[in-house]
Ligand binder design. Structure first.
Ligand code: FAD
Length: 535
């Protein structure tokens, strides 16, 4: 795909510059926890596209996986993660995740995070799909909010950390194979700026907003992954996208997640005729892996001609549900659904991206000084499908690893003021870009043909449709954040489609109806992409 190196033209001679030891992009769990793990002697900038509190992390409901029960162990957590990953997990990364889980949770508690307790000093552990043990710690059903609120309040007290909200990162600056900082658009001042640094951590989250129906917030347009690709970072596993089986299906709300923890508490899936159906699809019934449950619901919806199924937890009483799921209970009630009496209408929606910027266990990408953490990264812990409640843990465990690594890099060679000069000027077309309508088009294309069930015909159609938009808009003169987002979405959609077309098998979250079997002989390997690859 013919792609300009930078999304806009700029000249370092006449652009405002700031200098930092470390620049972190993103204020979700991965970005903020990483900042807290970097020694206070270093000057850090956290840049975030919206306000601090807007991220996927804040929306997380169910909890964080950690083997704390006497009967549980990192080995069992490892086994479950590897099983969910359907043959494509990186075992070394998974060992790091499960072995370093407990110490990072302990650290979170020292930051003041209050998890629910079953008795004083003993964290309550619940179960989620495809976990063989009870190992999900939680704070009611708003775990992400509790964690983020506390991390943000701590990071705000750190005098070495400066937070820049409404600061949209456009591109990663590089010279040769070295990272030099970032180019940003300051939305309040309405001007472009440079934040120069030899060390940049990309913690920009996933790309759920490439889809029409998603649980992700508006900010999740995959900017970080697109900009790292333009900079020459290798991407991996883009075809693996998890669709959450149970997202509220209501005319006024199609993105509110009904956490897997509700099924963990015994909720039953029923089709539109009220029949329980999961026994036809998997022995673990409602607690089967998410991709299996999503496809089963999809098939059931098709069979019955309905746009949704139901989740039934009416056998639990109101008091219990109000206490265990206060946020879900309240939100459902606001739409007239009392989950202690009514079935909850649900349908699958895009939820999580397993793929992203390829890193090693220290978060290092193939570009010197460029790190990636959290959902934007691909450490290989999820493989073809992520196990529930591992993503928040990933942000913590690898955030700390990156923090340690950066501390050691900076102590070996103290940061110097970055000298970066460039006059980047390529021809751009001045055209009108109707961002809202193009965004909707992209989302529709991705929903229709790059969703839960894919095939060659549909993927080729999506490829052509995205390509048509790409040809029209990729070389436009972008003036606003929304326009640059469109460029990022088009680039990333085309890469996701390319990966999905390439993988001619079904594995984990990637299901091809024209190649419905898993093909270990030809496809038991990850698909990587780099802008410098020859086709
Ligand atoms: C509804 C919901 C429920 C979930 N429940 C759970 C759960 O129970 N347990 C679990 O483990 N996981 C859960 N997940 C997944 C988990 O929340 C995410 O994978 C994880 O929080 C990602 O963290 P992150 O820090 O990598 O990214 P995010 O939290 O998404 O943060 C990304 C940040 O980057 C910023 N950003 C993006 N682009 C730019 C740009 N161009 N310039 C500047 N800033 C930018 C965003 O504004 C945001 O601040 C859930 C996800 C959702 C959506």
């Amino acid at each position: 795909m013919d792609c300009y190196r930078y999304a806009i033209n700029f000249n370092t001679e006449n652009i405002h510059k700031e200098y930092h030891d470390v620049v972190i992009i993103g204020s979700g769990i991965a970005g903020v926890y990483t900042a807290l793990e970097i020694s206070p002697e270093y000057d850090i900038a956290i840049l975030t596209k919206e306000t601090l509190e807007i991220s996927n992390s804040v929306l997380a409901q169910g909890g964080i996986a950690v083997s704390l029960d006497k009967k549980d162990s990192p080995e069992l957590h490892f086994k479950d993660t590897i099983f969910a990953g359907a043959g494509l997990c990186d075992e070394e990364s998974v060992w790091v995740l499960v072995n370093e889980a407990a110490e990072n949770i302990k650290k979170l508690c020292t930051y003041g995070v209050n998890f629910d307790e079953r008795s004083p000093g003993q964290l309550a552990l619940s179960r989620e799909g495809a976990h063989s043990m009870n190992r999900i710690i939680h704070a009611g059903d708003t775990t992400g909010k509790e964690v983020c609120d506390k991390l943000i309040s701590v990071v705000k007290t750190r005098s070495n950390v400066k937070i820049y909200e409404r600061t949209f990162v456009v591109d990663i600056l590089t010279e040769g194979n070295n990272c030099k900082g970032v180019l940003v658009y300051d939305e309040d001042e309405e001007r472009f700026k440079l934040y120069l640094s030899n060390i940049v951590v990309c913690a920009t989250g996933g790309y759920g907003r490439l889809y029409e129906n998603t649980t992700n917030p508006e900010v999740a347009t995959g900017d970080g992954i697109s900009m790292c690709y333009r900079a020459g970072a290798t991407l991996m596993d883009l075809e693996f996208i998890q669709f959450h089986p149970t997202v509220l299906y209501h005319p006024q709300n199609r993105s509110f997640l009904i956490s897997e923890a509700v099924r963990g508490e015994g909720a039953i899936l029923r089709n539109i005729n009220g029949e329980r159906f999961m026994s036809e699809y998997h022995e673990l019934m409602e607690l089967a892996p998410r991709d299996v449950v999503s496809r089963a619901i999809f098939a059931e919806m098709k069979k019955t001609g309905a746009s949704n199924v139901f989740l039934d937890i009416t056998f639990k009483d109101r008091n219990y549900l109000e206490n265990r799921f206060p946020n879900i209970y309240k939100t459902c009630l606001s739409y007239g659904i009392d989950m202690s009496r009514d079935y909850i209408p649900v349908a699958p929606a895009e939820h999580y991206c397993m793929g992203g910027i390829k890193t090693d266990i220290y978060g290092r990408t193939n570009i010197k000084g460029l790190y990636a953490c959290g959902e934007s990264a691909c450490t290989g812990i999820h493989g073809a499908n992520r196990l529930a409640s591992n993503p928040l843990l990933e942000g913590l465990v690898f955030g700390r690893k990156i923090g340690d690594e950066i501390n050691s890099v900076l102590s070996d060679s103290p940061s110097r003021k970055v000298d970066f000069k460039l006059d980047y000027n390529v021809s751009r077309e001045e055209i009108n870009i109707d961002c809202d309508s193009i965004k909707k088009k992209i989302q529709k294309i991705m929903n229709e043909n790059v969703g839960i069930i894919r095939d060659k015909k549909g993927l080729e159609q999506a490829k052509n449709e995205i390509n048509e938009l790409w040809v029209k808009y990729s070389k436009a003169l972008y003036r606003t954040m929304k326009e640059i987002e469109i460029g990022n979405m088009l680039l990333l959609s085309s890469l996701v489609i390319k990966a999905a077309l390439k993988r001619e098998e079904s594995r984990g979250a990637h299901y091809r109806s024209d190649f419905s079997k898993t093909d270990d002989v030809n496809w038991k390997h990850n698909i990587e992409m780099n802008i410098n690859d020859k086709e």
